[in-house]
Design a protein around this ligand. Structure first.
Ligand SMILES: [Zn+2]
Length: 451
């Protein structure tokens, strides 16, 4: 089902449904053929990546990485001059996908669910330009070039595009019209600085405006930034053979790329019963199917950020204001556990849970979840989930969001009986919380799905 040859083959051009086409390997092979320096640097980077991944304690940077992005919009027509809103929608997708926070991860079959990883990198439009002036992080250039290809012309003003901002400080993303159904391409780490970055065709960029199904969910940029952070195609770029590798252990061996909307399971290379991981961002499936990076891929991203891309990381969030900054929380007034015994039962603990509680996961035991009041002196943790109930029936789940900051997910709650309350979570779930024990400094509870 796969035609052999370069990534620029003409599959899908015969009137059938469009399929994903990425030009990254074509660029890689060109640079490998042309440049001895690139060949040497690529070999060194792989060597250092293997060393990094072999070090047991070094597989994760201490903090979530923040990467400033400049989006260069290069247009030959008004339609291609995509809106700020379309650009912002793409940055939001990158953030979610690289943090493993994309809600559509729910489409994964259970067998693949444990593979989902947080790559611990976030992206923001750069607040300052190379000269230090304030900027939107978006440049706009009008061109006479009708469409661009993998030859990097879009990356130079002299050839109808726009020059890169310094690649050691910005992730450059060019958005333009690419020719012949090409969706995008990236340059692996180790290439020339003046062409470093990612190119995406405007109809596969972001989730609004000119973004067009089946590539309208921002996954082309996720895939290309994956290459930019040193990830290979999941099938190993060996045609349809089973010998190629993506240098990642937890992605199944896979013959060729998957396109469109594959049916689970798709078994190749003796990888049954679950088959190809065609849900992976580094496969060629349609946007609606691509939902995860694996732990092995996240570790390679971390290795890249710790090494060849380390100069890209910026302090955050203070230096880069986030669009969804956590909302400060007013703790509800303390309400004493109302000792209003129901007929034949103990005290009404369910009504006494109001206030904000932090998950003291160190104290969980069996199926009992333990919480401490907000402000309790808990051991340091990277992020702590929490729950909050107010007397007027609102419920907030405090998830771990950007930069490990608390992120509110609003819901509702109601008392069922003296020991139980029902919670409608912000994730759309109906859950029952059974109060096992409630004291002023401790809530022990058992969660279950509402009947
Ligand atoms: Zn690719």
């Amino acid at each position: 089902m796969r035609t052999t040859g370069s990534d620029s083959s003409g599959r899908g051009a015969g009137g059938g449904a469009p399929v994903r086409r990425c030009g990254t390997m074509a660029v890689h092979r060109r640079l490998m053929a042309e440049s001895a320096a690139y060949r040497a640097t690529r070999a060194q980077i792989e060597e250092r990546t293997r060393g990094y991944l072999a070090g047991r304690d070094a597989q994760q940077l201490p903090d979530v990485a923040h990467v400033p992005v400049v989006v260069h919009v290069v247009s030959a027509a008004d339609e291609q001059d995509v809106s700020d809103e379309q650009v912002t929608s793409q940055i939001e997708v990158l953030d979610r996908d690289f943090r493993g926070a994309n809600p559509d991860v729910s489409i994964l079959p259970p067998a693949f669910a444990p593979l989902v990883a947080d790559s611990r990198v976030e992206f923001s439009l750069a607040p300052t330009d190379p000269a230090g002036a304030s900027t939107t992080g978006i440049t706009r250039t009008r061109t006479t070039v009708a469409s661009f290809t993998v030859d990097d012309a879009v990356k130079r003003a002299s050839t109808g595009g726009v020059d890169a901002w310094p690649a050691d400080r910005y992730l450059n993303i060019w958005v333009c019209q690419l020719a012949g159904g090409l969706l995008g391409y990236a340059q692996f780490p180790g290439g020339p600085a003046d062409t470093d970055g990612v190119v995406v065709t405007h109809t596969a960029f972001g989730t609004t405006g000119t973004a067009t199904p089946p590539f309208h969910l921002g996954r082309t940029a996720t895939h290309e930034v994956g290459h930019f952070l040193n990830l290979f195609h999941i099938w190993g770029d060996d045609g349809t053979g089973c010998d190629g590798t993506d240098e990642v252990d937890d992605t199944p061996d896979q013959a060729g790329e998957n396109t469109g909307v594959p049916r689970f399971p798709h078994v190749t290379c003796d990888n049954g019963p679950d088959g190809d991981l065609f849900y992976d961002y580094m496969d060629y499936s349609d946007d609606q199917v691509l939902v995860l990076f694996t732990h092995g891929q996240a570790a390679r991203v971390q290795a890249c950020l710790a090494d060849v891309r380390s100069s890209l990381m910026q302090p955050a969030p203070a230096a880069t204001p986030r669009p969804t900054a956590p909302v400060p929380v007013q703790r509800e007034p303390e309400v004493p556990a109302a000792p209003s015994p129901g007929p034949g039962t103990g005290s009404d603990t369910a009504a006494g849970v109001t206030g904000r509680w932090l998950h003291a996961f160190e104290e969980d035991h069996g199926d009992v979840t333990v919480y401490r009041p907000a402000g309790a002196d808990l051991p340091r943790a990277r992020g702590r989930r929490g729950i909050e109930f107010t007397q007027n029936g609102s419920f907030t789940e405090w998830a771990v969001g950007r930069g490990d900051a608390p992120q509110p997910l609003p819901g509702r709650w109601r008392r069922v009986n003296a020991q139980r309350l029902q919670v409608s979570t912000g994730r759309g779930e109906e859950r029952v919380l059974e109060v096992v024990q409630l004291t002023p400094d401790r809530l022990e509870a058992r969660w279950s799905t509402a009947p």
